[in-house]
Design a protein. Structure first.
Length: 487
């Protein structure tokens, strides 16, 4: 049984975790380009050029059909290369191309301003595109038969895709009407294996995993980390039915106060960054490398700000977005309330240690009675409240955890100094707005307690996958994991 077990695990767990697939959905001649259903894109490609003599159309689909997120640094290319994959068409040359479909809006950034997307003779260069699980994009290419090429019109060598994925592979995918026999055999074996394990489990005198813990755990702290905690707690309960969680996350500051007051082993507090001074009994454990981003209302017309422009804006020196290249819209600042870990991260990482001024507006649109004239500032209790207010308020600028911000399509994510919020940019020191997410306990918890077990769960494989799926990274994934440690 050992050999098929290893084969199944290798196939579905190791090989399948990072897998980039490609599929040629169409490769055909075009006798009448104007009448083609893809005439619109083709006219754009041919505008101002000579008509194609023997044109062919190729529709190529690139997809993440593995089990893990693929980041820009996962492509097996040199660090300074913007090209992730190359698709070569033997016997033909590329006359033009266009991206026809994106499964997610964030994919468009990879194709903006060139970005590694280009034609080179008989090849198409595709950018190093970060892709969530099941994400895909399509490229429609118009090709001309190369001069002197052999073969009948309508007969072409298949496209050749070259490239690599670190710790994974690139595979050709095909639409099938039936299930492959190999997959059926492996699935059948896994079913038998699961049934056998269930029988062993039922006959065993030990009903739970060695790292399962029972009892009740109160979880407090960061609202930015709340979605990960809820998902991880639900997953833990399915594994360990004797565990109960009460999740009440209202901000890092409130979490610290609750943990300090409770002084018990039945509570965890999560914080975006380290604890404040004066709480020596609270012990930290690094959990994740957390990315944050500035967000604006689309009416601002701003997509990239330097650190100095952000600091001037929060000092009140920029009152209208047109002063720094945006639209003629008043600046409105939407912040988190004092005590928020996200707010502390902004002050520490972006504002150079300067505290945000207090709010002067409740509705984020008009000054409160008696408030001094100046930039309108308001504060909100949670990450979701900030994002909702920025989306509803013309000219608003706010900040939030990256995963929560990218889940919305009614906001603009702001680059800082030309750099996007990515792990690779932050890991190499070019993107400043990040923080370590810590789990805090009051003193050292018992190794068999639910608090200790849940912290281990978050940093082991399942919890680490949940963190990655939400757009962040376990500290162990970093090129320099030491930056996650407390100072």
């Amino acid at each position: 049984m050992l050999v098929p077990t290893v084969a199944a695990v290798y196939e579905f767990v190791i090989k399948g975790r990072k897998r980039l697939g490609y599929r040629v959905q169409m490769d055909t001649t075009v006798t009448d380009v104007v009448q083609s259903e893809h005439a619109g894109p083709l006219r754009e490609l041919r505008e101002g050029g000579d008509p194609l003599a023997k044109p062919t159309l190729v529709l190529l689909r690139i997809e993440n059909n593995g089990a893990s997120f693929i980041d820009t640094h996962d492509y097996a290319v040199l660090d300074d290369s913007r090209v992730g994959l190359r698709v070569r068409f033997p016997g033909r040359r590329v006359a033009g191309m266009v991206v026809t479909e994106l499964s997610d809006d964030y994919l468009s950034d990879s194709f903006a301003n060139g970005g590694g997307f280009a034609a080179d003779g008989d090849s198409i260069e595709l950018p190093r595109t970060p892709m969530n699980r099941s994400a895909h994009y399509k490229v429609l290419a118009a090709l001309e038969r190369a001069d002197g090429s052999s073969g009948n019109q309508g007969t072409f060598d298949p496209p050749l895709v070259t490239g690599g994925i670190k710790g994974g592979r690139i595979v050709e995918t095909q639409s099938r009407t039936g299930t492959p026999k190999r997959a059926i055999a492996l699935i059948g074996f896994l079913v038998v294996l699961v049934v056998a394990q269930l029988l062993v489990f039922l006959r065993s005198s030990t009903a739970t995993s060695l790292d399962c813990a029972t009892g009740r755990l109160d979880v407090v702290g960061s609202t930015a980390f709340a979605p990960i905690v809820r998902e991880a707690a639900a997953s833990y309960r399915r594994l360990c039915p004797g565990a109960e969680f009460t999740i009440d996350m209202r901000g890092s500051g409130e979490g610290f106060q609750a943990l300090q007051t409770t002084a018990g082993a039945s509570m965890l507090a999560f914080s975006d960054g380290e604890k404040p001074d004066g709480m020596p009994a609270l012990l930290p454990r690094p959990i994740a490398f957390f990315l944050f981003t500035m967000v604006t209302n689309a009416d601002s017309g701003v997509q990239d700000l330097t650190l100095e422009q952000i600091r001037r804006t929060y000092r009140g020196e920029v009152t209208n977005w047109r002063e720094i290249g945006g639209k003629d819209v008043p600046v409105r600042l939407v912040s988190r309330n004092p005590g928020s870990g996200t707010r502390a991260a902004l002050q520490r990482r972006v504002l150079g240690g300067v505290r945000e001024p207090g709010s002067n507006s409740d509705d984020c649109r008009t000054l409160d009675p008696g408030a001094e004239l100046g930039v309108i500032r308001c504060a909100r209790n949670s990450t979701e409240d900030v994002l909702r207010t920025v989306a509803d308020t013309p000219g608003a600028l706010g900040y939030a955890e990256l995963g929560a911000a990218t889940s919305r399509d009614d906001l603009a994510l702001v680059r800082i100094g030309g750099h996007r919020a990515t792990v690779s940019e932050a890991d190499h020191g070019t993107y400043p707005f990040w923080e370590t997410e810590y789990g805090y306990t009051h003193g050292e918890p018992d190794a068999h307690s639910l608090a200790a077990s849940f912290l281990r769960y978050l940093t082991n494989q399942v919890g680490a996958d949940i963190i990655r799926a939400n757009g962040d990274r376990p500290c162990a994934d970093l090129a320099n994991p030491a930056i996650c440690r407390p100072a």
